[in-house]
Design a protein around this ligand. Structure first.
Ligand code: PEP
Length: 259
């Protein structure tokens, strides 16, 4: 089964308008007229979503725009929150959910994440949820990796059922590999990806085979090809290396090679 690769950048709380414009222009310079065999996505800070989607349209850059968080509520007295209709209005097609920084620093629980996931599916137009899951170092060392990702997925499955995963994306990001320079080996990552796909396959084989499972955690141009060539890895969620267009492009080139 040949799934299309997705290379997604998570800019976290970095960048400004000028950086966004330049990044998109430089990306187009590299990949402009070329036929692409992968999908590209950048998740900018919320204030720059509109600017990014305008720049992508103006330059026909063929990059999707994503947010890094969203409220599960459609509207109302939720000071500081951003709704799904607002994201759509800004040209957003994807949203990251349950990134480990949100879970750790902002107390997002499995059930908050499941609520947001469900809201993405019922929004009009719907937005693709990118469900981030992964174990901490202590959990890995205690041999609990599979239990943790299973718990994180089950929280969403219980809320939306297996059909909710049709068209969704899952990013497996071992917390110990995020921003640390430590990457899971391709074998370690593949093992967990196969486990995740197997979990979904217990409910629906076709959804399990079609879903894009990204790996995240210190992906860079030097390790992207080996990671992305694993059977169950369908691209990456890239933090630090998405902040320099050269390294993001380097990772995209690795994806482009692996048709
Ligand atoms: C991330 O924040 O999702 C991430 C994977 O970061 P990094 O690539 O810097 O490890």
């Amino acid at each position: 089964m040949q799934r299309r690769l997705l290379v997604a950048g998570n800019w976290k709380m970095h960048g400004d308008k000028a950086f966004t414009t330049q990044f998109i222009a430089d990306f187009v310079q590299e990949f402009g007229g070329e036929q692409r065999s992968f999908d590209a996505l950048i998740c900018t800070p919320a204030p720059y979503l509109s600017h990014a989607s305008d720049a992508v349209s103006a330059q026909s850059a063929g990059i999707a725009i994503g947010a890094q968080n969203v409220s599960p509520h459609e509207k109302g007295a939720y000071t500081g929150e951003i709704s799904l209709p607002m994201l759509s209005d800004l040209g957003c097609e994807y949203v990251l959910l349950g990134h480990s920084e949100r879970r750790e620093l902002y107390g997002e629980t499995d059930s908050h994440v499941a609520e947001k996931f469900a809201a993405c599916l019922s929004a009009e137009p719907s937005i693709v949820p990118v469900l981030c899951i992964g174990e901490s170092l202590a959990e890995r060392e205690a041999g609990h990796t599979e239990n943790v990702v299973e718990r994180q997925i089950n929280a969403v499955l219980t809320k939306v059922g297996i059909d909710g995963f049709k068209g969704a994306v899952i990013a497996y990001e071992p917390v110990w590999a995020i921003g640390t320079g430590k990457t899971a080996s391709p074998e370690q990552a593949q093992q967990v990806h196969a486990f995740i796909r197997g979990l979904l396959a217990e409910h629906d084989l076709s959804i399990a085979e079609n879903i894009q499972l990204l790996y995240g955690g210190s992906v860079k141009p030097a390790n992207a090809e080996e990671l992305f060539s694993q059977k169950d890895i369908d691209g990456g969620l890239i933090g630090g290396a998405s902040l320099q267009v050269e390294s993001f492009v380097g990772i995209c080139k690795a994806a482009q090679k692996l048709v």
